[in-house]
Design a protein around this ligand. Sequence first.
Ligand code: BTN
Length: 331
Amino acid sequence: MATSIKASVLKEIRNGSDHVSGQELCDKLGVSRTAVWKVIKQLQAEGYDIEAVTNKGYKLLSYPNILSGSEIMSRLSTTWAGQKVYFHKETESTNDDAKYLAEEGMDHGSLVVADCQTAGKGRRGRAWVSPPGEAIYMSLLLRPDFSPDQASMLTLLMAISVAEVINGLFPDLKVNIKWPNDVLVQERKVCGILTEMSAEPDYIHHVVIGVGINVNQKEFPPDVEEIATSLRLCHGEMIDRVQIIVGVMEYFEYYYGIFTERGDVSDFVHIYDGYLINRGREVRVLDPKGEYTGVAEGINDKGELIINLPDGSATTVASGEVSVRGIYGYV
Ligand code: BTN
């Protein structure tokens, strides 16, 4: 369920500089005093340290490090991205949940978040292992009114948003993007993005952008430990997942606004290229018509990867798999 009164009460007492009176909460949120009191009790039971002073009101003294819909919504300052959060302790796949919500008519910007996925999906039919308590699994529902051939750029916007958040919070870490949509820290993958679209040839019904971020894992299974890492492993300390989710929503809303105004990624090609690990590196393009190698130069306004070929010409890759020498074991 999308959280509402609880998140609103939490937001008010979180943002209040001093005690926020019960009456003020009732008036602002249009609910009864009993409803406010019940919510305060629930929050206290969840570990929020809320001081209740007669004739003064409520003050949030400290809050627990928990992942919940109300915690996310109360910390967001977006207009639409993540304004409705559907939180699951456990679900099969947040992408599937978001697709279901899309069919049910849920709003542009609705966000599904789970603590654990039992059937998490990666790209190319792979599984995305999703144990509880450590990582971020979230899917953002979009209802764009642009044409389906622009939708692939949304994945790039999400990759930049994740990279910007990590870079902002941990400036000492080396943050990169592997085109089009893996985010790497210290040259290992911390984030994968799975974008799924329902569309007619000239009309998008909806797009779901699924994001998996390795946050607090302390180790990885042997088959991926060489290529994957977590923010905690790189930074050395436990990290608040909500802070990352909130940051990603804020950046995404910002970049989405620029993108929809422009119709392409021209305004932030330079930012993307600044993160691009493939830049200046030899890449192998796994084209169904034949594999070839070249040197990646950057992206163009449509988000395609520009590749300089050995004969001096250049080509672009719109989709498909690009392997980078030195990354993910390809040498
Ligand atoms: C990749 O293969 O790199 C993409 C991984 C995407 C994983 C995320 S986790 C949240 C969302 N729900 C899913 O089932 N998959 C995506």
